[in-house]
Design a protein around this ligand. Structure first.
Ligand SMILES: [Zn+2]
Length: 264
């Protein structure tokens, strides 16, 4: 991943840099003003005012207005919301106005920024260059099992005619295969599901370690995306807890990933 305009507090995916019409970003726990202040983007884990101020600072850093931002209240599911004209500024100043009970935001509206929040769960951004449509997906353990990223890609095809073979997928910072320990009961449904190859989990005694990023990667390949169009961040939010929020490390704050197609 690259830094955003040389600001080490905000990252971008390398693969999206070939599309000047796309603005993408992944925040860290560091404030982009360089002050070293906390940069919580979620309404849990800090004061309401700090969250609003951090979101405004994010807008400033990435050059997008608050009225363009769409947040969702994530529930570890795979519900898809199509963001239409006029749906903007959802959930920016309060969580009540966000898209409710949703983990997959999709749009072809320009100047509309789709946001997914994380702390160990995997943020996934999708971009369809042929239809200029995009998606932001929250894919934790349940979302990955349910195929949330696949639902996002399917929605781009069904609603806008996106071609899987041209689609770009960015699998963002999240918990790694060495850190994501679950018990056998929890792992069983992944191990028994043929769609997840055996290199997506490791069994050590009565513990299993899941590789959520690789599961998402394989799911997208099966759907028809091309491996060279998929970027997987090697950043683990738990290993790099000094830079990212990590639920497994006890953090209640959230960082975020966003994608916006601009027409200016
Ligand atoms: Zn790790």
């Amino acid at each position: 991943m690259l830094t955003f305009d040389n600001n080490p507090a905000i990252l971008q995916f390398n693969i999206l840099q070939r599309y000047p019409e796309v603005i993408d970003f992944v925040t860290t726990r560091q404030h982009p003003d360089g002050s070293g202040a906390d940069f919580n983007i979620g309404y849990k884990g800090g004061s309401h005012d700090d969250c609003v101020n951090n979101r405004l600072a994010l807008c400033n850093a990435v050059g997008l207005g608050p009225e363009w931002m769409v947040f969702q209240n994530q529930v570890h599911g795979c519900n898809v919301h199509i963001v239409r004209k006029g749906d903007k500024a959802w959930g920016f100043y309060d969580k009540e106005s966000a898209v409710q009970d949703n983990d997959v935001l999709v749009t072809n509206e320009p100047n509309t920024c789709l946001i997914t929040r994380s702390a160990d769960c995997i943020p996934v951004l999708l971009y369809s260059p042929d239809t200029k449509s995009c998606a932001a997906v929250h894919s934790g353990r349940e979302g990955t099992y349910l195929g949330a990223a696949v639902e996002g890609a399917k929605a781009l095809k069904a609603n806008f005619g996106a071609d899987y073979a041209q689609m770009i997928a960015c699998i963002g910072p999240g918990i790694c295969k060495d850190c994501y320990e679950v018990d056998c009961n929890c792992a069983a449904k992944f191990m028994e599901d043929n769609r997840f190859p055996s290199d997506t989990y490791t069994v050590k005694g009565d513990k299993v370690y899941l590789d959520l990023k690789r599961m998402i990667f394989y799911d997208l390949l099966t759907l028809g995306l091309v491996a060279t169009n998929i970027e997987i961040s090697d950043i683990c939010t738990k290993c790099a807890n000094d830079k990212f929020y990590s639920a497994r490390s006890g953090d209640t704050q959230r960082f975020c990933a966003g994608i916006c197609i601009r027409d200016y």
